[in-house]
Design a protein around this ligand. Sequence first.
Ligand code: EPU
Length: 338
Amino acid sequence: MRIQEHVPLAPRTSLELGGPARFFVEATDDTMVAEALAWAARRGVPARVLGGGSNLVVADAGFDGLVIEMAQRDLQIDGNRVRAAAGEPWDVLVARCVDAGLAGLECLSGIPGRVGATPIQNVGAYGQEVAETIRAVRALDRATGHEQLLTPAQCAFGYRDSMFKRDPDRFVVLEVTFELVAGGAPALRYAELARAFEGDASPSLSEVREKVIALRRTKSMVIDASDPNRRSAGSFFTNPIVAPEVADAVVAASEAPVPRWPTEDGRVKLAAGWLIEQAGMSKGTRRGAVGISSAHALGLVHHGGGTTAQLLALADEVRDAVRARFGVTLEREPVLWA
Ligand code: EPU
């Protein structure tokens, strides 16, 4: 195990912001993860786990502890069960499943990052979320040093949420098992995606995958070196889930039709991107080296040469504008290492 010192984290994040890791190790197998955690415990330094860095905001001061980058690769498809190591790139897994005719992940195409991060915030897009197909998560319990095979119920998934997110220092996700549907039809639940296939009775999994990637591209939500909005962490805020009275107040306060969806528990999900624009923070707004994506108001982007402090100041400005206009408080979606 080679522990490096003063390793820049900005190039390891999609925002390309933030300072260095005091200590850094690339874990290419699970034993290295356990050894690295033990090393940090012996030195009395905190340890954090890094995946693809596409949902992470690192403070300008960096992280004064050990960063363990999850770089284990392993992908096993056995019938309709798929098992992948935490360090496996997410979209490699999705592409393999689509090619194998396994339905259940096709709408999650084109998402950056690694497999191990997906249960943490229950990654979702275009009508699917990983909670629907995850059957087990093998994780290292940092309290005991032992591995556990966690059930979906133990993961306690919610919208962009899980037990892992609520208790971030407890487990390190090592491997995820999915159960998919062999020969299954693609999910066309998201209105925007369903519309794209109007008149096409039964698109294939790979047609849906390609369409999802194309839709994501129009919103600068695929990492593309030629896209001026490419330095982002995807959606910077979650879509607020509010009481019906709060949603009614937003409707009353707005002349434009309000995009909103009822949730199973009787609340209403609002579109954060819409709230941001209606609060006067337009797509393409610039504040020096940071700004709002010109393709999607939920994307805060770094244009190069900026700082995390600038990005967080813009996030506060956006949050304040939405709160002042609608009385709704947006919550940050990416993880912040501060
Ligand atoms: N909208 C605007 N202005 C904008 C963007 C969106 O008015 O700038 C409106 C749209 O017109 C639409 C509604 O907001 O009525 C929803 O927009 P969209 O379909 O683009 O999806 P989203 O709710 O903004 C969520 C996820 C994305 C995911 C898409 C597609 C969250 C926080 N974001 O975005 O996930 O790709 O749905 O399923 O739930 C991510 O988490 O990083 C992410 C990219």
